[in-house]
Design a protein around this ligand. Structure first.
Ligand code: NAD
Length: 354
């Protein structure tokens, strides 16, 4: 039963989209519209079963509510997943069918890019719905959000390094980057430009080879990156990478990366704190992409103002780090509390307006 699902957090709605002709099997989860229409990426992934897909949609959409709240955006939290292999199963018809599913919600959910989904895919969804963002063409089109996400993560890593290692420079700082896709590759470029020493991995050998050639990075196997000799572990692939199996092997003193849902469960935040590892809450550090998308949604796109907003991310993170130190609490718990306060204030505002 959906309402008993462990990851169900009073989500406003969950929609299952099926289109036999194109093979579409998708789930849209809207966690909250307290602050505005729910906006969040669409992920295409070959989930082992429907339960995994459901879990991802529920967790990711809650994360989007928190992310949008913490970035100060007029957007609620939602996310969608398409069950399939992005390297094999993509067709225009599939994305048009998915666009129709999005459209049936009448603007309650706005989709953008996430793992496995490109700007071109979102453009194809846009043939059957206008409730998409992160487009490459059209009025206020904001394009690929990933470079903005990577910029925010880079700024966030600098803030974490300053807080934990007491240095303003990334020169010689060792960073282990897991996942060399849209976010990970842009992040590597920024880190390498600042003289950081990179260890990298990906499940695709071609992506690893590019990073080795371009940034002089050292490559390790995908299942060893968390244990790399590094100062910073930057997860930029999938979630749940901080778990009871990986934590005892972590050598880094900072976990700061672009991936969503890095903690397998909430108590992992306390486990990181107890181990003396500074965690940059994922939905705060990776908010750059949605800040960029938001400017398109609100039809007010201005690249410089987006960059200025992204540059607030290290400020928010530093506030969280200090509060967590002061209160002797996990950074994840401090961030969750701050996000919930903003959402509750938004809900209060909605009730007053009604
Ligand atoms: P992407 O699909 O472009 O890249 C993900 C990369 O991770 C791929 O190269 C993939 O091969 C690799 N990967 C998958 N499983 C792996 C594993 N077990 N070990 C090592 N590598 C693995 O996706 P992306 O857009 O770069 O997003 C990366 C993460 O950042 C995701 O968690 C996403 O939700 C999050 N995120 C992305 C954005 C954005 O703007 N794209 C914004 C916020 C958060």
């Amino acid at each position: 039963m959906l309402f008993d699902f462990p990851d169900f957090d009073n989500h406003e709605l969950v929609l299952f989209g099926r289109d036999e002709a194109s093979g579409l099997a998708a789930i849209i989860a809207v966690h909250s519209t307290a602050l505005g229409p729910a906006c969040g990426g669409c992920r295409m992934w070959p989930y082992a079963n429907d339960t995994e897909a459901m879990r991802d949609a529920l967790r990711l959409s809650r994360g989007m509510s928190y992310k949008n709240a913490m970035a100060g955006l007029p957007l609620g939290g939602g996310k969608s997943v398409i069950i399939g292999d992005s390297r094999k199963d993509k067709t225009d018809e599939l994305f048009r069918a998915f666009g129709r599913v999005i459209d049936s919600l009448g603007g309650k959910y706005i989709a953008a890019e996430d793992v496995g989904i490109t700007v071109a895919d979102v453009m194809t969804m846009g043939q059957t719905t206008r409730h998409v963002a992160g487009l490459s063409k059209g009025h206020d089109a904001s394009g690929d959000p990933s470079p903005f996400t990577a910029y925010g993560v880079y700024m966030g890593i600098k803030a974490a390094v300053k807080h934990k290692l007491a240095t303003d420079s990334l020169r010689g700082v060792r960073v282990a980057v897991q996942g060399l896709g849209n976010v990970g590759s842009h992040l590597c470029q920024r880190l390498a430009d600042d003289g950081a020493i990179l260890t990298v991995t990906d499940i695709h050998a071609d992506a690893v080879q590019r990073a080795v050639d371009k940034f002089g990075a050292m490559a390790v196997a995908p299942d060893r990156i968390h244990a790399a000799d590094a100062d910073v572990y930057a997860p930029c692939a999938l979630g749940a990478v901080i778990n009871p199996r990986s934590l005892p092997e972590l050598k880094a003193k900072i976990v700061a990366g672009g991936a969503n849902n890095q903690l397998e469960t909430d108590p992992m935040g306390e486990a990181l704190r107890a181990a003396g590892i500074l965690y940059a809450p994922d939905y705060v550090i990776n908010g750059g992409g949605i800040i960029n998308v938001s400017a398109e949604v609100t039809q007010d796109y201005d690249r410089d103002s987006v960059l200025r907003q992204v540059e607030r991310i290290p400020v928010t993170l530093t506030e969280i780090f200090r509060r967590a130190d002061w209160e002797n609490r996990p950074t994840s718990a401090v961030a969750d509390e701050m996000a919930r306060e903003i959402l509750a204030a938004g809900k209060g505002g909605q009730k007053q307006a009604a």
